[in-house]
Write a protein that binds this ligand. Structure first.
Ligand SMILES: *[C@@H]1O[C@H](CO)[C@@H](O)[C@H](O)[C@H]1NC(C)=O
Ligand SMILES: *[C@@H]1O[C@H](CO)[C@@H](O)[C@H](O)[C@H]1NC(C)=O
Ligand SMILES: *[C@@H]1O[C@H](CO)[C@@H](O)[C@H](O)[C@H]1NC(C)=O
Ligand SMILES: *[C@@H]1O[C@H](CO)[C@@H](O)[C@H](O)[C@H]1NC(C)=O
Ligand SMILES: *[C@@H]1O[C@H](CO)[C@@H](O)[C@H](O)[C@H]1NC(C)=O
Length: 343
């Protein structure tokens, strides 16, 4: 019984489950342009702004410059981890490294006060604002649990880290899209040392680990998740039958980057009329270090208008995990992350 419900959910989920952007990207765009997120809580509501665990919260301003990670003297070398449990606004820790990022629990499909589950994101920041390399992002983790949602609407959240400031970038101008990441997924409230897929399966965990990007021939439209002509994703993990990309299981082409083989799936998102192109690692890959620009360049040579061209713009880049459902709390941990959009 439970299994057949799950399979049903998987089939029904396809049109929605494979597309990350529809709602959160609007907020990404609004954040990028200095507006309050659409789904922002009432700033006067102390519950929403506080987070949990006695965090000093903050960050209710999406351009807030990490005011949430208060308490440290910026001249020291302290490291602190703060939890953020709000539904929709991001925090932007200050960094002297050059690149800056906005981290957002982004529970875009969770109603305030819902009893279907919970999600909190922990963000680890350096008080001296000086991270190991030019492209380093803060480490973060996400602990969550949600009961299965309606079959037609199974995704609750896309907690993610978004690249600020450097976008939009013309695809022709990009020399390299460097990614160095180590993540794990595990059952429980701690960051797992490795991902035990059989344990995830046994606990009915439905989720993915993904890069989400939007492209368009217009550089402003490229920043809009709803209007951009193309959504291009790269998935490093895909768990549970409810979690499948658009066009699955028909593999359009493959490419191997530094030993990791990726399969391309392609289809339209009927809701937004967007072309959704998803590269999915043939096997779960927790540690990846390489240039993923070839996964974009490959698309230029594909025939048909469903594929972007080198004259288009990249308007949004985020990395995170879509939270569908799980029997128990699970933790997505990112213990190393560098993103280099090199022009
Ligand atoms: C900043 O703090 C981090 C974390 O403690 C430390 O590893 C790093 O060396 C510090 N950098 C500088 C320039 O002080
Ligand atoms: C499960 O995760 C939620 C969200 O992070 C957290 O609030 C809750 O305390 C966790 N539950 C248990 C039993 O640890
Ligand atoms: C997240 O932060 C909370 C509060 O500081 C802490 O209790 C919890 O252990 C952290 N979770 C992880 C996975 O580090
Ligand atoms: C391939 O991955 C290894 C191990 O992480 C890394 O040291 C190396 O720089 C990567 N090579 C390329 C070409 O990205
Ligand atoms: C795309 O096609 C051009 C022209 O045939 C070729 O030079 C280039 O290497 C191809 N790129 C990829 C990524 O296949």
């Amino acid at each position: 019984m439970a299994l057949s419900l799950m399979v049903n959910a998987g089939l029904m989920a396809l049109p929605i489950g494979g597309c990350l952007g529809t709602l959160f990207g609007i907020d990404a765009h609004r954040a990028a342009t200095g507006q309050r997120p659409l789904f922002a809580p009432n700033p006067n509501d102390p519950d929403e702004n506080r987070g949990t665990g006695g965090s000093t919260g903050g960050g209710q301003d999406s351009t807030g410059g990490g005011s949430g990670s208060s308490g440290g003297d910026v001249s020291d070398n302290g490291i602190q981890t703060n939890p953020y449990c709000q539904l929709s606004y991001g925090i932007s820790p200050p960094s002297k490294n050059g690149e800056t990022f906005t981290l957002n629990p982004n529970q875009w499909n969770v109603q305030k006060g819902s009893d279907k589950g919970a999600l909190c994101m922990n963000v680890t920041t350096f008080n001296n604002m000086t991270y190991p390399t030019k492209y380093s992002a803060p480490d973060f983790s996400v602990t969550w649990q949600f009961d299965p949602g309606p079959e037609t609407d199974p995704v609750y959240a896309f907690p993610n880290i978004m690249v600020d400031k450097v976008l939009p970038v013309g695809l022709d101008d990009m020399q390299e899209l460097y990614l160095n990441v180590h993540w794990t997924y595990g059952v429980g409230d701690e960051i797992a040392t490795t991902t035990d897929e059989s344990e995830l399966t046994a606990n009915n965990v439905n989720t993915n680990v993904a890069i989400d990007m939007f492209f368009d021939s217009d550089k402003v439209t490229a920043q809009s998740s709803t209007s951009a002509k193309y959504e291009v994703m790269v998935w490093f993990g895909m768990f549970g039958p409810a979690t499948q990309p658009h066009g699955y299981p028909k593999v359009v082409t493959t490419n191997t980057i530094n030993g990791t083989k990726f399969n391309l799936y392609s289809d339209k998102n009927a809701n937004t009329d967007q072309n959704v192109l998803t590269w999915v690692a043939a096997e779960t890959v927790e540690e990846f270090n390489g240039d993923i620009y070839p996964l974009i360049a490959d698309l230029y040579n594909m025939t048909g208008s469903v594929y972007p061209s080198s004259t288009d713009y990249l308007g949004y880049f985020g990395f995170g995990s879509e939270a569908f459902s799980a029997d128990k709390n699970v933790t997505f941990g990112v213990t190393n992350l560098e993103i280099g959009i090199k022009t």
